[in-house]
Design a protein around this ligand. Structure first.
Ligand SMILES: [Zn+2]
Ligand SMILES: [Zn+2]
Length: 283
């Protein structure tokens, strides 16, 4: 009997400690996110987001990107916050001319260079949700501009009908504590008034991070059968969707996911990320 009481008390103690830790973490994050401070410089933000206009204008953008794979011909660290892909001539790169990607386009809000790389690291690994919110809001703004211009001009590239985050394997989700792409997708979906169908797709294989693979063959093997559609019926009726990721580097992950979505009957997949990283041996 005494042992039972001791067990109950230690379990209760553990629950109380856990609840207090959780309360402090949530309060801390909420306070930061709602403080009205810029997540980059720490000063009052003069915008509706957690990135002030000064920091936003100084963040690196992708310039003169290939309209298919999104790789830039140059990245600069200053300039305005207009659609970065509209700066300079946009021509399809030699690699895409040789072999077009499976997705219809790949775009991003920023170039993956300093200080975006550090901001994303803080967001992902230190759970700085204020940074995630600021970067996601800017991605949503760039996407909104892109699709409104596209619809207005030709209608060829009309607005997609749903948003899907690149899924995280449950094991990595447990390690990291939150799903960074899902957080971005949710904010983008809200901004574009689209349904978030991320839960309809799952990562069923725990793969090596793509940045740790060396060759294209290794990357393809690593991602073979990595994704699965969980509910095909919920995806039916969607012929054009958005896939959202935080950083797009080799495009092997988003290509693999696009193939699965296209096999499920989705004709067109647009890929968007917070940042596009240059990798010479990409795809
Ligand atoms: Zn700032
Ligand atoms: Zn290209």
């Amino acid at each position: 009997m005494q042992q039972k009481i001791r067990c109950c008390l230690s379990a209760l103690g553990f629950i109380l400690i856990f609840a207090e830790t959780l309360r402090r973490v949530v309060a801390d994050r909420l306070a930061h996110a709602l403080s009205g401070l810029c997540c980059c410089c720490g000063l009052d933000s003069d915008t509706q987001t957690t990135l002030c206009s000064h920091c936003l204008a100084g963040l690196p953008r992708v310039r003169r990107a290939c309209p298919l794979c999104g790789l830039s011909k140059e990245s600069v660290s200053e300039g305005d916050s207009s659609d970065p892909h509209e700066q300079g001539p946009a021509s399809v790169c030699a690699r895409c001319l040789t072999q077009a990607p499976v997705f219809s386009l790949c775009r991003s809000a920023f170039a993956y260079s300093s200080p975006i790389d550090q901001l994303i690291t803080d967001y992902k690994f230190n759970e700085r949700l204020d940074i995630g919110a600021g970067l996601s809001d800017e991605l949503g703004r760039v996407m909104e501009t892109y699709y409104s211009v596209s619809e207005g001009s030709s209608g060829v590239n009309g607005k997609p009908s749903a948003v899907i985050a690149t899924p995280l394997h449950p094991r990595r989700l447990r390690q990291r504590g939150f799903d960074q792409a899902q957080f971005i997708a949710r904010r983008v979906a809200r901004r574009l008034a689209l349904p978030d169908l991320s839960k309809r797709v799952a990562r069923i294989r725990h793969t090596t991070p793509q940045t740790e693979t060396k060759t294209k063959a290794e990357r393809q093997q690593n991602l073979r059968c990595a994704f699965e559609i969980k509910n095909r019926e919920r995806l039916s009726g969607h012929s054009h969707v958005l896939v959202i990721d935080d950083v797009i580097t080799t495009t092997a992950t988003v290509s693999s996911l696009t193939t699965v979505l296209r096999d499920a009957g989705i004709a067109k997949v647009d890929v968007w990320g917070i940042a596009r990283a240059e990798l010479r041996s990409a795809r």
